[in-house]
Design a protein around this ligand. Structure first.
Ligand SMILES: Cc1cc2nc3c(=O)[nH]c(=O)nc-3n(C[C@H](O)[C@H](O)[C@H](O)COP(=O)(O)OP(=O)(O)OC[C@H]3O[C@@H](n4cnc5c(N)ncnc54)[C@H](O)[C@@H]3O)c2cc1C
Length: 451
């Protein structure tokens, strides 16, 4: 049995690495278990020698991810998406995307559409029960299909109409109010999180099972133990390792997409359409220029009602917007079904020693949700440690009172508060040598899970 760490984190994606970075910052010792390359879905595997994200990825400004990155002193080289060269694909037509109120005024959209869009964006109605009802407040059909396309773009969800409108309205508002940022490769986020927890070891073992008492069994037959376990992966994967999550995971709806990731030699054939959002099909593409002047394109098709868009559909959409792209192709990768996120109707069951870190347990959506879920998990671990500290304080106080009958008054005092402060300091700064009292306390209270 290995009892070296405060925390075992299973999964080395954004959720696991954020947990490791926040744990390090709080002075907790942690270990990450990840058999595959770090990063999970936020990796950027190469296509013809160019790092290319697994589908279009951006960081949403103004959300939990931004706050947590700032708390970790992480600055990333984010750039604005090419909205100034964005277009709306409406049937056969490409119309300039109104990227600001001024651009909306000047756009070629019909006047009634502009007015309806302006009214909706300036005075958004309160989200009604479902997204369908919320969107029905837009009386102009074209404006409604544009807003629906923007909801799809900002949430990656192709089946949102019957969903609770509140989180969808919030995500749309966040992306309109604060915008999004592109990275040269999304794996820079992974690298930065890893660099924020450089001493956290990564064990290259897959976990087979997590027991109710927190024992972690690896597929290669080892058993590990720590004060707390974090399962940092989507709920359905976590439930395969930790069976109490089974009923919760069964309620999860997967949001999936097909993605065609293309590297072109040089610039786009039609540079004025660097981003295109279809208003009548669940399709869009976006692009960025690499440091060597080539172009990376992501064409994304949402799965709608379980139907996967085909590679041919994605390629035809690209041909409409960027005729001649095939002659410039350097390499391409097609993913017919990649899970972007999950939605669940209720929070997961809570467990004193095992936390689930994923997008259904955090605030907001996508990486905002995953990273805030990591923050909640670390806060939970620290709160348990605080409660244990209070219990220790009470026990010490009771013991000293019991012995007071037999001792003169001057020996009644509590142990110097510095001992307690020291204990907490050492818990939070696990590299520091451990005081014998704390070693006992950790074993008795933290590792055995009582609070
Ligand atoms: C096409 C696409 C576009 C996206 N766009 C955006 C975007 O624009 N903005 C945004 O914020 N987010 C976006 N996302 C979502 C974002 O990628 C995810 O929210 C995030 O990467 C999820 O991180 P995670 O750590 O929760 O899960 P994962 O990345 O899935 O990581 C889980 C890790 O757990 C490991 N694991 C699984 N089982 C075991 C086991 N038994 N033992 C040990 N390890 C195990 C896996 O190997 C994996 O590395 C997008 C996702 C996709 C697919």
């Amino acid at each position: 049995m290995n009892k070296e760490h405060d925390l075992i984190i299973i999964g080395g994606g954004v959720g696991g690495l954020t947990s490791a970075a926040l744990a390090t910052r709080a002075g907790l010792s942690a270990v990450v278990m990840e058999p595959r390359p770090l990063g999970g879905r936020a990796r950027s595997p190469e296509v013809s020698g160019v790092p290319v994200d697994l589908g279009a990825h951006a960081l949403y400004a103004g959300g939990a991810a931004e706050q947590i990155l700032s708390r970790l002193n992480i600055t990333l080289p984010l750039t604005a998406p090419p909205l100034d060269r964005g277009t709306l694909a409406m049937g056969e037509e490409f119309v300039r995307m109104p990227s600001s109120p001024f651009a909306l005024l000047r756009s070629e959209l019909p006047f009634r559409t502009k007015r309806a869009l302006a009214m909706f964006l300036m005075f958004p109605p309160k989200p009604y029960a479902t997204v369908r009802e919320w969107l029905a407040t837009i009386t102009d059909d074209t404006a409604r299909s544009i807003v629906a396309a923007l909801v799809r773009l900002s949430t990656y969800d192709g089946d949102f109409l019957d969903a609770d409108a509140t989180p969808y309205a919030a995500q749309l508002k966040q992306s309109i109010d604060h915008g999004v940022g592109y990275l040269p490769r999304f794996s820079m986020l992974v690298d930065a999180l890893r660099a924020a927890a450089p001493r956290v070891p990564v064990i290259r073992s897959a976990v087979a099972e997590v027991m109710n008492d927190g024992a972690v069994h690896t597929r290669d037959g080892k058993v590990m133990r720590a004060g707390h376990v974090i399962l940092a992966m989507p709920a359905p994967d976590a439930a395969k390792l930790f069976s109490p999550l089974g009923p919760y995971a069964a309620t999860a709806r997967a949001i999936r997409a097909a993605s065609l990731d293309v590297v072109l030699h040089g610039a786009l054939p039609v540079p004025s359409r660097a981003l295109a959002l279809s208003t009548d099909r669940a399709l869009y593409f976006t692009s960025r220029v690499t440091e060597h002047g080539d172009t990376v394109l992501h064409v994304l098709g949402n799965h709608v009602a379980g139907k996967k868009p085909s590679r041919q559909e994605l390629e035809s959409f690209l041909s409409e917007a960027q005729p001649g792209w095939r002659e410039r192709v350097r390499g391409a990768r097609f993913l017919s079904s990649i899970t972007v996120a999950h939605k669940t109707p209720s929070p997961p069951p809570s467990h004193p020693r095992v936390s689930l870190v994923c997008d259904t347990t955090g605030d907001g959506m996508l990486c905002d949700a995953v990273m805030s879920s990591a923050r909640h998990a670390i806060d939970h671990v620290l709160q348990r440690a605080e409660r244990s500290r209070d219990a220790l304080r009470k026990r010490v106080s009771r013991r000293s009172q019991n012995s007071s009958d037999a001792r003169p008054p001057q020996s009644r005092a509590l142990p110097p508060s510095s001992l307690l402060e020291d204990a907490v300091h050492r818990l939070r700064h696990a590299d520091a040598p451990i005081h014998p009292t704390l070693t006992f306390w950790r074993r008795a209270n933290f590792e055995n899970g009582s609070s």
